[in-house]
Ligand binder design. Structure first.
Ligand code: HEM
Length: 528
């Protein structure tokens, strides 16, 4: 999933007020909050500790836009694992330890499972996605429907499609590995279109959907930048007509809305047409349609249709594809930087799988080192370093602090997965940390319990994602040798694991060479 929400953006970086109008509006808003702030003064004193900040605007200038998760970890060293920062009357609580995360998001999940509201999200229509929905009946119904299709007991049925996607990626990479990021996205897009909508791998619109998803990736980054949209502070601005001076932002929001509409509507329509022609493969959509096929009451059928549409599109768009792609991309980067890991993995694959076939999901229990590489990738590079913001829906007391209703709550996944007390030399990519005597060491903290979120909003696609990433990683390691690319003079081009700016964390593009290990391995790809 995916997104990250307005309140992620409200991680209170330097508020980039871009114009005099914005500055003026900000002053007006802060004055409007004076009374409320004073009224809440007593609760402020008892809320979790954090930097004091400026009067009324709070900590707006305390947290940088770049890598705010590092700033929160540093604040936790001063104030303790639970910190609160405030801006413009809003409270953001950041949990920097596993114990606080479990205490609040899991043990008190009835109170900590809502999402903060974002006006821009509503305008774009992101609220059709499960990840953006408020906690309530609609969320519950859609989540239940999606869960039926991707819960642990049934998710293995998608393994053949995931392996087909991995093989498609191998074929593309053996022809041209220069655009790694695009190839990875294309492979996961095909898998997701097939399992959610039953669309074939060669569906003509796949490249266009990838293009729209990439554009929406930038939209996510921009929409949630602090101060980027004044409407988040003054919601009535959404009613200002587009022609009004200064309302040009609405054009942008409208463009994103159209793009998202395409992504929600077009695969759904294409799938329905394919089903009518009898050309669609079995999918979440076709199974869900079968189950409501006998519904006679038109209003109930209409309601069920909307649930199906929103459940399937939640498994396709949002950050689902971007998260999968980000993790596989990080894995390739880690291998380029750590050639000894590749050698050890290939020894294991040669011993278990041999040279005359590609890996299968059924090999997984016999490939602990490859498994450890996946775990270490989850730990080493997490695309959602602050999780997805939850919202506290009732006043409650934790460790003597008042946790106010309406506070956004984020959990610093990055800080927990980079904690040197738990993972020695956390910046080093070392799969061995998850092994003991050649077997998985289950006494180690398992990164996936944080990577996919916590509590009732935990990622429902985590088992699907984990199966899919495992087979991709096993197949790539089995077939290719990945090294640094060489420049014109034959010298290795340096690679650095740098992240893109923004509230989501993706590794920047890097050069690398991806070549078949041998003609026998190349033949495996051609024959698959
Ligand atoms: C490596 C890939 C993935 C990562 C890192 C990831 C991560 C996450 C995270 C951190 C959340 C928020 C959890 C929280 O609020 O505490 C989430 C929610 C969600 N994810 Fe994933 N996810 C991935 C893949 C998938 C896949 C493959 C699917 C569907 C097939 C999926 C569907 C969803 C949905 C629908 C939600 C919203 C759940 C809700 O709010 O109730 N995700 N994901």
């Amino acid at each position: 999933m995916d997104l990250t929400l307005f309140y992620n953006a409200l991680s209170f970086g330097e508020l980039s007020v871009r114009s005099l109008v914005a500055v003026f509006a900000l002053i007006v808003i802060t004055l409007c909050f004076v009374r409320a702030t004073l009224a809440r003064n007593s609760s402020y004193r008892s809320s979790p500790p954090g930097p004091s900040g400026l009067p009324f605007i709070g900590n707006v200038f305390d947290i940088p836009q770049e890598r705010p998760w590092v700033a929160y970890r540093d604040l936790a060293e001063t104030y303790g694992d639970v910190i609160a920062v405030k801006a413009l009357g809003q409270t953001l609580v950041v949990l920097n330890s596993m114990s606080a995360t479990v205490d609040l998001l899991e043990k008190r999940s009835a109170m900590y499972s809502d999402r903060p509201v974002s006006v821009v999200s509503q305008m774009i229509g992101w609220t059709r996605n499960l990840a953006f929905k408020q906690y309530g009946d609609d969320w519950r119904a859609i989540r239940r429907m999606l869960w039926q299709h991707i819960q642990p007991g049934v998710v293995a049925k998608y393994q053949p499609v995931q392996r087909r996607g991995a093989v498609t990626l191998l074929k593309h990479l053996s022809e041209d590995s220069s655009n790694l990021d695009e190839q990875i996205k294309s492979s996961y897009c095909k898998i997701l279109l097939n399992v959610t909508y039953g669309l074939r791998f060669d569906h003509a619109d796949t490249p266009r959907y990838i293009e729209i998803l990439s554009q929406l990736e930038s939209a996510l980054a921009e929409a949630f930048q602090p101060g980027a949209f004044l409407v988040e502070f003054i919601p009535w601005l959404r009613h200002v007509p587009q022609w009004f001076p200064g309302a040009g932002w609405q054009q942008k929001v409208l463009r994103w809305k159209r793009q998202l509409d395409s992504l929600v509507e077009e695969p759904y329509q294409a799938a329905n047409e394919a089903m009518r022609r009898g050309e669609a493969e079995q999918s979440m959509l076709s199974e869900a349609m079968d189950s409501i096929g006998r519904e006679k009451d038109p209003s109930r059928a209409e309601y069920a249709n909307r649930l199906i549409k929103e459940a399937t599109s939640s498994a396709f768009h949002g950050n689902v594809l971007l998260n999968l792609a980000a993790i596989l991309h990080a894995f390739v980067c880690a291998i380029v930087l750590n050639p000894e890991v590749q050698i050890r993995a290939q020894e294991e694959l040669d011993r278990v799988v041999g040279c005359d076939r590609l890996p299968e999901h059924s090999d997984r229990p016999s490939l602990p080192y490859v498994e450890a590489i996946l775990k270490e990738t989850y730990r080493w590079h997490n695309p959602v370093p602050l999780g997805v913001a939850h919202r506290c829906s009732e006043d409650n007391v934790y460790r003597g602090w008042k946790m106010p209703k309406g506070a956004a709550v984020m959990f610093n996944v990055w800080a927990m997965l980079q904690d040197p007390e738990v993972f020695s030399e956390p910046e080093v990519f070392r799969p061995e940390r998850f092994l003991e005597d050649g077997k998985l060491n289950l006494n180690m903290m398992q990164p996936e319990i944080l990577t996919f979120g916590v509590g009732r909003r935990v990622c429902p696609g985590k088992h699907f994602a984990d199966d899919s990433l495992f087979i991709s990683i096993a197949c790539i390691l089995h077939v290719f040798t990945i090294t640094k690319a060489l420049d014109a003079l034959g010298a290795p081009i340096p690679v650095k694991a740098e992240i893109t700016p923004g509230i989501l964390s993706f590794l920047k593009q890097f050069d690398c060479s991806i070549r078949p290990r041998s003609t026998a391995h190349e033949a495996l790809v051609q024959e698959a």
